[in-house]
Design a protein around this ligand. Structure first.
Ligand SMILES: Nc1ncnc2c1ncn2[C@@H]1O[C@H](COP(=O)(O)OP(=O)(O)OP(=O)(O)O)[C@@H](O)[C@H]1O
Ligand SMILES: [Mg+2]
Length: 282
């Protein structure tokens, strides 16, 4: 069920680091609304502030000024951040940093249940882990007894997604979740994300450099540059009639594969792909 209350609302949200001459504004006076159940893409070049903004949504970073509301309440209204993390989860660029190298993957998937107020019985936890692994195409015995360093980057990224299947958050923040995998598995990961979205009716904030990818998966695209949101609109508005020079540059940077598609496909074909949230694979 989607609600009329936006999941996030930001007003003049700003995050700076350092003081005096060393002051750096990572996120500069941004305002936006993210509706319940939407998929938003944050697109921009390296260093433009995407991750810092994502971290504020996760309560991993505090705003320096401005307001940020989650589900209608100031984001810091609830004292315990774990309560926020039950509802808002992330998949980050480097999947290895999200897992401890000294514990088996399975035991760490199991420890995800610690975030819950009430932990299910052991057998149910195990069954839910198995289901989550299968949902991301991993046979549970493939990872039995294995540690993070024994898996590939792509497999580890799927472990992060398995954790999302276990936690079933309302919001998923996916920061370059496809950066460590090749184009083919990238389409696979995106497919899992969309599957998650359908099954859990999640709101997704998708962070990427690639506006071509954002085109296929989003309801709305925010273009960031030097900490600001310089343009926002529907994927068609932003890619077919860009208003900002920055957006035009990002369109020039689209990997050839996606660009061919965007240029060749008729509006109807593009619409059909978007309706299915499909990404051209090759
Ligand atoms: N903890 C920090 N202390 C100081 N500066 C920071 C900190 N975190 C981020 N920054 C700065 O804020 C700016 C935005 O960084 P951010 O990580 O959000 O970029 P990004 O858009 O995610 O880039 P990328 O696409 O490379 O991941 C950068 O200039 C970065 O150096
Ligand atoms: Mg980043």
């Amino acid at each position: 069920m989607s609600s009329n209350i936006p999941k996030f609302e930001a007003r003049a949200l700003t995050r700076t680091y350092g003081h005096g001459k060393k002051l750096r504004t990572a996120v500069d006076n941004v305002s936006f609304t993210i509706a319940d159940g939407q998929i938003i893409s944050l697109v921009g070049q390296s260093g433009c502030g995407k991750t810092v903004l994502a971290k504020m949504l996760l309560r991993l970073e505090r705003p320096s000024s401005g307001e940020l509301y989650f589900a209608g309440k100031p984001i810091a209204a609830v004292h315990d951040r774990r309560e926020h993390w039950r509802r808002v989860q992330a998949v980050f660029q480097d999947p290895f940093s999200a897992f401890n190298q000294f514990f088996t993957i399975r035991s760490q998937l199991k420890s995800s249940f610690r975030l819950f107020e009430e932990r299910p019985p052991d057998a149910e936890m195990e069954a839910r882990i198995d289901r989550a692994l299968r949902a991301v195409n991993i046979e549970p015995r493939e990872i039995d007894g294995k540690y993070p360093f024994e898996l590939s980057g792509g497999q580890m990224q799927r472990m992060l997604l398995a954790r999302i299947f276990i936690l079933r958050p309302e919001v998923l923040i996916a920061d370059e979740p496809t950066s460590m995998v090749d184009a083919c598995s990238r389409a696979g990961i995106l497919e899992y994300l969309m599957k998650l979205k359908r099954e859990l009716s999640m709101t997704i904030v998708f962070v990427t450099h690639d506006i071509g990818l954002a085109y296929y998966v989003s309801d709305s695209i925010f273009i960031m540059h030097e900490g600001r949101i310089v343009e926002q609109g529907s994927p068609d508005e932003v890619t077919q009639a860009p208003k900002s020079e920055i957006t035009r540059q990002l369109l020039d940077d689209i990997p050839q594969l996606n660009r061919d598609w965007l240029e060749r496909a008729t509006p109807a074909e593009r619409g059909a792909m978007r309706a299915k949230r499909m990404v051209p694979a090759s």
